[in-house]
Every structure is written in C-alpha cells, then in structure tokens.
Write a protein that binds this ligand. Structure first.
Ligand SMILES: *Cc1c(COP(=O)(O)O)cnc(C)c1O
Length: 216
C-alpha cells in the first residue's frame, strides 16, 4: 500500500493534467473525499456548498457529522447574506472552520460557483478550500489555478471514461497537505489496485477527445 509503480505513474499523469505538483490516488471518489476530511480534527467544521453531490451530502450528514465530531453546514456560496452569517470573521471563528467544500459545476444540476471568490472566503478564516472538479475534468478547469488548495475527482467518471473502473484522486500544490493525504492513503488503505490504475491511465490518454465530443 505504501507505493506501487503503476499507481505512481497514474498519479504523476493526473497531476500533470490538473497542473498540480502532487496527486494521491484512492479506491473511489468517495474515498478521496473522505481523505480530505481526514485533514481536519475533532471539533472543527466543514462549510459545504448546499448543492453538493448526493453521495458527498450523505457522507457529510450521516457519517462525518454524527460520528467524527466534525460539524458540517451547507450554504449557497452565491448568497452573500447567507455566507456572511455562516462564515464569521477569523477572530470569531478561531480556526473552527477547517474546510470549505465546493463542487463546481455540481452533479447533477450543473450549478457553477466562482472558485476565486470562495478561495478568498477560505483565506479569510484560514480554511482549506477543496474543489470537486469531477464534472469539468482537468481538461476544462484547473481549480488550483483559481485559489483552491485541493482538487478532488471521481476518476470513475470522465478521467477513466470507460465505465470499467471505480477510483478517485486528490491533487494539491501544498507539500504539507500532500504529506498528510499520503499518510491517510497508506494508513486508511482505500487504495486502487495496480490494474485499475493501468485502466484509468489508459482512459486519461483520451480525455481530451472525449471532453471535446461531450461538450459539442
Ligand atoms: C461520482 C461522484 C463522486 C463519488 O465518486 P465515486 O467514485 O463514485 O465514489 C463524487 N463527486 C462527484 C461530483 C461525482 O460525480
């Protein structure tokens, strides 16, 4: 679980596509999401976009909130009044809000949020901004360039593209976040098989053709 050459090559390829320094692969998109939540500690809080993917919503509401001692609130990041009531000044928050979770465009309603605007909110309270970039894929959008700290993908969808693999990734430019994600990947063990990494790497090679075709 500590390392595998096929997995390492796939991670390097996705990092290049996402214009990230680092990429860590997981056995599903949901496992990548949960690895990012593992960056937080008991007593902290997540502020998530309200229109988040159903599986992420269920994980936040039914597992993280009741079982991990991490609070989760949901907000429409385009609603400035709601955001200001949910996100206090950094003095009031005192590091409690550890993670802003954004998905843009959302699955399945395709709602789009300004990543740069939300990244400024994250900086204000000292939170990590994670963006689920599954629906644009790295071909159309690279959230790290717009202020995100972590980008998550369900590789199951566009990156693999052949409906024969379940996998996920988390990408970052931050060496500290990368070390923690690598530690969680190894310690929790939700790793993809070498063969799945081989298949997903094969899929990645046609991402540009498939995204052009699906955007037509
Ligand atoms: C499918 C999906 C996930 C979960 O990925 P799995 O690989 O199915 O665990 C997370 N976010 C989005 C936006 C998705 O579409």
């Amino acid at each position: 679980m500590i390392g595998n050459p096929t997995r390492g090559i796939f991670e390097r390829a996705v990092a290049a596509a996402e214009k990230a320094r680092y990429c860590v692969a997981f056995s599903s998109g949901s496992a990548a999401t949960s690895a990012v939540v593992h960056l937080l500690s008991h007593g902290q809080r997540i502020l998530s976009i309200d229109d988040v993917y159903g599986g992420t919503q269920r994980y936040f509401r039914k597992i993280v909130r009741p079982h991990m001692g991490i609070d989760v609130d949901f907000v429409d990041f385009d609603d400035d009044i709601a955001v200001s009531s949910m996100l206090p000044s950094s003095d009031d928050d005192a590091g409690r809000t550890g993670l802003l979770w954004l998905e843009t465009p959302t699955n399945p309603t395709l709602r789009v949020t300004d990543i740069r605007k939300v990244s400024k909110l994250a900086r204000r309270v000292g939170a990590i901004l994670a963006v689920d970039n599954t629906f644009c894929s790295p071909y159309f959008q690279n959230p790290l360039e717009h202020g995100a700290d972590v980008v998550v993908h369900s590789v199951t969808k566009y990156i693999n593209g052949h409906s024969d693999v379940v996998m996920g990734v988390a990408c970052t430019n931050d060496a500290n976040i990368y070390e923690k994600l690598r530690f969680v990947q190894n310690g929790v063990g939700a790793v993809p098989s070498p063969f799945d990494c081989y298949l997903a790497h094969r899929g990645l090679k046609t991402l540009h053709l498939r995204m052009e075709a699906s955007a037509r």
